[in-house]
Design a protein around this ligand. Structure first.
Ligand SMILES: Cc1ncc(COP(=O)(O)O)c(C=O)c1O
Length: 454
């Protein structure tokens, strides 16, 4: 049997039905990665405009240095459990992450990925309040449309697919409250800036008051929501969240699982808003996917509360066997060294600007409703009607058509509500130009399908 046939028989793919994978072009076997490119088992070479498919491979594919660092550490000492054993490499990584993280986010809890990081953050904020005598502070406020992961708590706070999750995986974790998002192109209040007065942010305050501040543990937000059609928060938004959180003794969690490690043009996205969270979740770009690992950093305020506690409650009651895995830490350290040595954060900022400026030329097309993004994380929103911003209907098959048409141009990208791009942070003008030329061709093809002169 071929690899593809074996895969369809034995691999349970994530969030995708086997039926759709069986369709023509439904599944691809990739055998090699080279910087910004992925090569399939038939020898086709694609520009990987999604960093491995999930905004992960920030330093690009095929970095032998990282593979060697992981192998060397595994040969020496691959693993010790994270209770009271630790490898020097893991300590070194904690220091590096604390150093890179903004403000006083100085202590790092290691996980195996983003969902675990978010799950960990939920426990940190709850135990923090419990230790402070605020046992009723259990509610967490997130934004509609957001995605924070697939484990039960992370899923429960995620706004994306909320009705589906509730229906099939419910009951969801109680106390997960979703408020309207801050997508200015599709404001839930039908308002526009600046006359909106940032109602989306002040509604979070009203929600806290409505629930009773003594019941609210945390607010969680992703500065540039990647799974939720990539709309950077307005300048005032995150500082307002910080202010509201402080006013009511609520903790602010910033989810940097995708945004972090240079994706949006700064080491962490929240820096661009001048906001230091109490808890910050990370994964993906921490190792660029060479080995699974995530992390959560906590601020002095949070850590002090644990330090000042006594007995069993002084430790976070949360154990992940693979947290701080020594070989993974070695991979992360090498990955972060490359990120800094090659100035990839700066490149993300510069090429991100070039990508947005170049994509902006597509606004002339009648289907292009909006272009937005930050760093090397960008979206093109297609609409049936520019004036009314009417989206395409499911029957128009925009998602599958645009994804396939881009693939015909040799580009791996994805389209949910919007066409999304997030190439490795090593991308140069050549890759950006290829994306822009390819997406224009794909849009023109799709315009024909839906009978829009273009
Ligand atoms: C913002 C955000 N948080 C958390 C997660 C979950 O991360 P993981 O898939 O590594 O569990 C994701 C995944 O895409 C994400 O985008």
């Amino acid at each position: 049997m071929s690899t593809a046939a074996d895969a369809l028989k034995h691999v349970w793919f994530h969030a995708t039905s086997t039926q759709s994978l069986r369709a023509e072009g439904g599944m691809t076997v990739f055998t090699k990665g080279e910087d910004c490119y992925l090569i399939d088992d038939k020898g086709n070479r694609y520009l990987d405009a999604l960093s491995g498919g999930a905004f992960v491979t920030n330093v690009g594919h095929g970095r032998a240095e990282i593979a060697d660092a992981i192998a060397a550490q595994a040969r020496e000492l691959a693993y010790v459990a994270p209770y009271n054993f630790i490898a020097p490499t893991t300590v070194e990584l904690a220091k590096v992450v604390a150093d890179l993280a903004p403000g006083d986010l100085d202590r790092v809890f290691f996980t195996s990925g983003g969902s675990e990081s978010v799950e960990t953050a939920m426990k940190i904020v709850k135990q923090y309040h419990w230790l402070g005598g605020d046992q009723k502070r259990t509610k967490v406020i997130s934004r509609r449309g957001s995605y924070h992961g697939s484990t039960q708590y992370a899923m429960s706070i995620s706004g994306a697919s909320h009705d589906f999750n509730n229906k099939i995986f419910g009951p969801l974790v109680p106390g997960c409250l979703q408020v309207p998002h801050n997508n200015c192109y599709r404001c839930e209040y039908g308002l526009s800036r600046p006359s909106c007065g940032m109602l989306c942010a002040s509604m979070i305050e009203r929600q806290i008051l409505h629930e009773g501040p003594e019941t609210v543990a945390a607010i969680i937000a992703e500065p540039v929501p990647a799974a939720a059609s990539i709309y950077p928060a307005p300048d005032e938004y995150l500082p307002m969240l910080r202010e509201i959180a402080d006013k009511y003794g609520v903790l602010l969690i910033i989810d940097e699982v995708i945004n972090g490690f240079g994706r949006t043009g700064s080491m962490f996205a929240c820096e661009q808003w001048g906001v230091v969270p109490d808890v910050m979740t990370m994964a993906k770009g921490l190792t660029s996917g060479y080995i699974p690992m995530g992390a959560v950093a906590a601020s002095k305020r949070v850590i002090d509360r644990f330090e000042n506690a006594s007995g069993r409650e002084a430790g976070l009651n949360h154990v992940l066997s693979f947290g701080g895995h020594a070989a993974a830490a070695a991979g992360a350290l090498k990955n972060l060294e490359i990120l800094q040595r090659e100035k990839l954060v700066e490149n993300s900022r510069e090429m991100g600007r070039y990508l947005l400026d170049s994509l902006d030329t597509l606004r002339k097309l009648p289907l292009v409703g909006d272009i937005r993004g930050r760093g090397l994380l960008a979206a093109v929103e297609l609409v049936r009607d520019k004036k009314t911003r009417e989206p395409f209907a499911p029957g128009d098959q925009m998602s599958v058509r645009m994804t396939n048409y881009l693939r015909d141009e040799g580009i791996l990208a994805r389209t949910f509500q919007v066409v999304e791009f997030g190439p490795p942070l090593t991308a140069g003008r050549e890759e950006v130009d290829k994306i822009v030329t390819g997406v224009e061709k794909a849009i023109r093809r799709f315009a024909k399908d839906v009978n829009i002169p273009c």
